[in-house]
Write a protein that binds this ligand. Structure first.
Ligand SMILES: Cc1cc2nc3c(=O)[nH]c(=O)nc-3n(C[C@H](O)[C@H](O)[C@H](O)COP(=O)(O)OP(=O)(O)OC[C@H]3O[C@@H](n4cnc5c(N)ncnc54)[C@H](O)[C@@H]3O)c2cc1C
Length: 346
């Protein structure tokens, strides 16, 4: 009988992350459709809290690799932990959430098991004959639907692509397996995490809305002047109230290297498009943005798209947005922020 294994990294005394619960939802669908067994593999410093959270999912086995050395994100310990779970379970399909930590080990894991790996999978379709995956190529311009005959097949599922598994909490019994971390791997130690303080972080993958800012925010306006500080405060104010994620056109993030006045919180990490990212959010609002790449590629996975542009003939904004507001984005966002502030004050 086939076995579908879902692998999760878990945090100490915490429920699994949303991305792990989404991958669990997908794994359960795949197992049910192909009448396979479902197994769960947990890796972390302590596993009980996470295991209790998912015990109701109907998995036939809950296998774990536990210990302080498996709490940190490090290839050398992650790969031996994943391999130990796989050797214990002997799965045909292995599904992992596409976190940076799992993405780093899936190729090595497939190699050690004599299988194949696919990353950046955006859809897993269940069928009796086995799963079919969907992924994008050529910077999200071409979509491919694939099946593989090789087993085990290791699949990294992107976040936001499947409904999370949700069920009753209980008391789980974990089958612990040993994994030996090689001495060479211990040379790498995670000494801490550096991240922007909460509130300054503008990339929010779980946000409902992606707000895209284009270079128009820094251009001379109808009075012949640029108004970068006002643009800065309008965008920042909107993000603070809505918790939207911030995307940018390439032209806007490139201004910094050109020595021009820039939006202080914007970096190249915010760039969307062909040479940027294609994030997944339910809604998108593009402002002062004209480019093909942000609209055609950066917005690829946005379901409801609106744009504000002064130019009614902006081909990409009008071609790719469901609604184009031909308006001054400064005026629009001043008004939007005032309405949001009034709503908050109620
Ligand atoms: C190989 C290659 C890869 C590229 N990859 C990317 C990529 O990944 N991502 C990307 O973004 N670009 C990419 N580009 C660049 C891209 O082609 C465009 O040049 C860029 O996206 C344009 O940025 P923009 O729309 O912000 O600026 P602009 O083209 O300068 O447009 C500014 C817009 O703001 C509007 N505007 C000005 N003031 C206001 C106002 N007050 N209210 C409303 N609207 C206003 C204007 O009408 C105009 O439409 C790439 C280019 C190449 C050649």
């Amino acid at each position: 009988m086939d076995t579908v294994l879902i692998l999760m990294h878990v945090e100490k005394d915490a429920a699994p992350a949303k991305s792990a619960l989404e991958a669990l939802g997908a794994a359960k669908d795949i197992a049910e459709a192909s009448e396979a067994q479902l197994a769960i593999g947990l890796v972390g410093e302590s596993l009980q809290a996470a295991a209790n959270h998912i015990v109701g999912c109907g998995a036939s086995r809950l296998v774990g690799v536990m210990g302080a050395e498996f709490g940190q994100s490090r290839y050398g310990s992650d790969i031996v932990a994943a391999e130990a779970v796989c050797r214990a379970v002997n799965p045909t399909i292995v599904i992992v959430p596409a976190t940076s930590r799992w993405n780093r080990v899936v190729a090595g894991l497939a190699h050690r098991l004599g299988g194949r790996a696919d990353t950046h999978v955006t859809e897993l379709a269940a069928a009796k004959s086995g799963p079919t995956i969907t992924r994008w190529y050529y910077r999200q311009r071409m979509e491919a639907v694939l099946q593989r005959t090789q087993r085990p097949w290791v699949i990294a599922l992107e976040t936001g692509c499947h409904a999370s598994w949700n069920g009753d909490v209980g008391t789980a019994k974990i089958e612990l397996v040993a994994a030996v971390v090689p001495e060479a791997a211990k040379r790498t130690t995670v000494t801490g995490v550096k991240a922007p303080v909460s509130g300054q972080q503008t990339i929010r993958p779980d946000a409902e809305l992606l707000f895209v800012a284009g270079a128009g925010w820094t251009k001379k306006q109808s009075d012949g002047q640029a108004h970068v500080p006002e643009a800065d405060s309008l965008i920042r104010g909107f993000l603070q109230v809505t918790n939207a994620s911030l995307g940018s056109s390439k032209s806007l993030v490139d201004l910094r290297k050109d020595g021009q006045a820039v939006l202080t919180f914007m970096t190249h990490l915010n760039q969307i498009g062909q040479t940027g990212s294609s994030p997944r959010h339910l809604k998108g609002l593009s402002t002062c943005c004209h480019g093909e790449e942000p609209h055609a590629v950066g917005w690829r996975f946005i379901s409801e798209r609106r744009a504000v542009n002064l130019n009614p003939n902006c081909g990409w904004a009008s071609g790719k947005a469901d609604v184009l507001y031909v308006a001054d984005a400064f005026e629009v966002m001043r008004k939007v922020n005032a309405l949001l502030a009034a709503k908050q004050a109620q």
